[in-house]
Design a protein around this ligand. Sequence first.
Ligand code: AMP
Length: 376
Amino acid sequence: MKILVLGAGQLARMMALAGTPLNLQINAYDVNTDTIVDAISQQAIGRGLATAIADADIITAEFEHIPLPILEQCQQSGKFLPGAEAIKAGGDRRIEKQLLDNAGVKSAEYAIVNTEAQFKQAITDLGLPLVFKSALAGYDGKGQWRLKTTEQAAVLWQEIADFLAADPKQAIVAEKFVPFQREVSLIGARDANGNISVYPLTENHHVNGVLSTSVIAEATTALQQQAEQVFTKLANSLNYVGVLAIEFFEVNQQLLVNEIAPRVHNSGHWTQQGADVCQFQLHLRAICGLPLGSTDLIRPTLMINILGEDSLPNEILAISGLQLHWYGKSKRPGRKMGHINLSAVNKTELKHKFNQLIDLLPAAAFPQLTTMLEQL
Ligand code: AMP
């Protein structure tokens, strides 16, 4: 079966790596260059979306910031899963908030801001502190502003007004600041028959808005159930097929949705060696109409992102239960270049191995790992 992935980054690459044993052939479409590439080698193999669509049995996506005409063209082919509606909800915070409201799912209180009057109204209605987020193209904390005091409001509005003036398609979603205890995510899949299979909740730690580590969360059954209920509501309301990721803020045992990602997700990379079926194959199974299989945890696993580095000491490979995943990308400061998965038989051993690993990694490139070790 031939699958076309919109987007030619590491997520398409890892889908290809996971799909090959099932004889699934994955090509990627680079939406910026209109090129069809081999998802693993990045070698160009053709040009043009129409050609790519004609050649594919199924079309899917590895990111949500895709130009609408491309989404429409894929949707019209009847081959696109999870489909244009889900991708749009992930790519536009206004649509996302509407989806959450319609499904009766809790998220931070919000207001849409396009004008100075709406900006002031949002401050009055929601109170401070506030987080302002660009409706489009926001990820990894980019396109965000914080407002803590009314004295800062005029200066901030000027900045936001300039941002809005530069792109007429943009809007701002003002969100009440959530004093969360931790951030967790739930990743799972829904198939075309409505079967749902989810992984255990994952606890995520960010540094400067970018994911740094993910590990299985210590979570009560009630918390896991709460997350699964949200997943079921959202996946059903979108008639979703494929892997869906939901990021939550946990506040006093209550989960508020931060955002959704209609695709495989960075916080699910640990499933490559911590779960029976990894998220990449789970997504492919769902969109290809294959049985989802088991999403059970097989061993505690920690994922550490490699940001802005293209080499690490080979000695880390001597740690048992460690796998290194490079994405074959050229080096840029802060860029997601790869990740490390570290597994152990239990939490105590995982902490021990994590400690060993921290000693071998360059400290400047991996800030705050010691703090995360203490919290594990
Ligand atoms: P996002 O791009 O929306 O995932 O935001 C990036 C990070 O900013 C999140 O992982 C949170 O740590 C933080 N953040 C976003 N929205 C809020 C909020 N409403 N309240 C508190 N922190 C937030």
